[in-house]
Design a protein around this ligand. Structure first.
Ligand code: COA
Length: 392
């Protein structure tokens, strides 16, 4: 088997998906993809776009402006039409699945160079549009129980995650994301792209829009539940509606050495796990356990974790059940913040976790051996992906 390494990973800022307040409101999703695809080749001029074997792109809602967005993003970037593209749809884990498909193809020797990516604009392609639930599945699981907010409430109740612990998850997410932004940590991965403030003033967007530096536990405690009058999940403890794109350049280690390219992480394995869709947020627990067991590792062997914070409840439940701590802040998990603060553009997030894991392990955790990224997905699919420092 060959080895697959990450050469580079970039993303746009994650911004509000809102027709009046979103900094990228005037950009269609293919414009966001164009920005990240173009940046990859500008940053690694040794790679010719025509030598890319294939492009994979994760997107949860492949409808409207996001219909075959992998193709449209690539062509919009003026890249060669001889390179094939493949849209991957697996709800939130789509972007991670895209990376895993490419990594496996490289390891099998089917190709040397792949671009993997993710994009979602939850305003322009609203996740609830064009959904026509299966009546057969609805007979098995009540549709009301499959809605994301309902699953977050059920996880909170089944895994006994208090409202305060969810809010602490949000508090630390915003605090860490703000501190990382102020320290310029994301500058290595965010590709600036022109956007507009609410009043129309244009500027180069190089930071994430949803981060709230000033939030307090008291403020969050006063918020109304978002999904049920007697619920414990609020807007603060739900990942917000977001738009963003990201892309990674994956390559066989042999090819990278031949081209004289640097790299830090190699793919060490990935799994999917399924679970009851009415508690879909707990999925990463099963995916992480399966991954570690397959690899003969324990949680103690993993130096850095990136978990998509779809909701505060499922984040705390997954991390606690995995044995990573009892309450936020969880050590070595989402060290630069997570989706509660950075946003969660559904199908993009799985690949974005890998972009950030790569940046973290190349900078603050250079001596770490293993990093894991994991996330849940609507209707009960979860992915976990293991990456190894090949410089140790
Ligand atoms: C929860 C949700 C419905 C809230 O939507 P919304 O009402 O448009 O949310 P907003 O971001 O405008 O927040 C509502 C209010 O809470 C406030 N708020 C949000 N987060 C806050 C925080 N951390 N601290 C303090 N206030 C906060 C906002 O400022 C706003 O108050 P305002 O109206 O006085 O300005 C929406 O974000 C959502 O659907 N999230 C989940 C998306 C999802 O399912 N993703 C998939 C997961 S698998």
């Amino acid at each position: 088997m060959r080895e697959c390494v990450i050469i580079d990973g970039v993303r746009t800022a994650n911004v509000r998906a809102h027709p009046a307040k979103g900094w990228f409101r005037s950009h269609r999703p293919e414009v966001l993809l164009k920005a990240v695809y173009s940046a990859l080749f500008e940053r690694t001029p040794q790679v010719r776009p025509e030598d890319v074997e294939a492009v994979y792109c994760g997107t949860a809602n492949q409808a409207g402006m996001q219909n075959d967005i992998a193709r449209f993003g690539w062509l919009a970037a003026g890249l060669p039409d001889t390179v094939p593209t493949n849209g991957i749809g697996q709800q939130c884990p789509s972007g991670m699945a895209a990376a895993e498909h490419a990594a496996r193809a490289i390891m099998c020797g089917e190709g040397e160079i792949y671009v993997v990516s993710g994009v979602e604009d939850m305003d322009k392609a609203n996740p609830m549009h064009h959904i026509d639930f299966s009546p057969i599945v609805a007979a098995r699981y009540p549709i009301a129980d499959l809605l994301m907010g309902a699953t977050a409430e059920k996880v909170a109740s089944e895994y006994k995650v208090s409202r305060m612990d969810q809010e602490a998850m949000a508090f630390w997410s915003h605090k860490r994301a703000h501190e990382a932004t102020e320290a310029g940590k994301f500058k290595k991965e965010i590709v600036p792209l022109e956007g507009a403030e609410e009043d129309g003033t244009t500027f180069m967007v190089d930071r994430d829009q949803w981060i709230r530096p000033g939030i307090s536990m008291e403020q969050m405690a006063a918020m109304k539940p978002a999904y049920r009058e007697d619920g414990v999940v609020t807007a603060a403890t739900s990942s917000p509606l977001t738009a963003g794109a990201c892309a990674l350049l994956l390559m066989s280690r042999d090819k990278a050495d031949e081209l004289g390219l640097g790299y830090h992480l190699a793919y060490a394995g990935g799994v999917m796990a399924g679970c009851d869709p009415t508690v879909m947020g707990i999925g990463p627990l099963f995916a992480a356990r399966k991954l570690l067991q397959r690899k003969g590792l324990t949680v103690k062997d993993i130096d850095v974790w990136e978990l998509n914070e779809a909701f505060g409840s499922q984040s705390v439940a997954v991390l606690r059940e995995l044995g990573l701590g009892d309450k936020p802040p969880f050590e070595n998990v989402n060290v630069w913040g997570g989706a509660l603060a950075l946003g969660h553009p559904l199908g993009q997030s799985g690949a974005r976790l890998l972009v950030t894991l790569n940046t973290i392990m190349k900078t603050d955790y250079q001596d770490a051996t293993y990093g894991v990224a994991m996330l849940c997905g609507g209707f009960g699919n979860a992915n976990a992906s293991l990456w190894r420092n090949v410089h140790k």
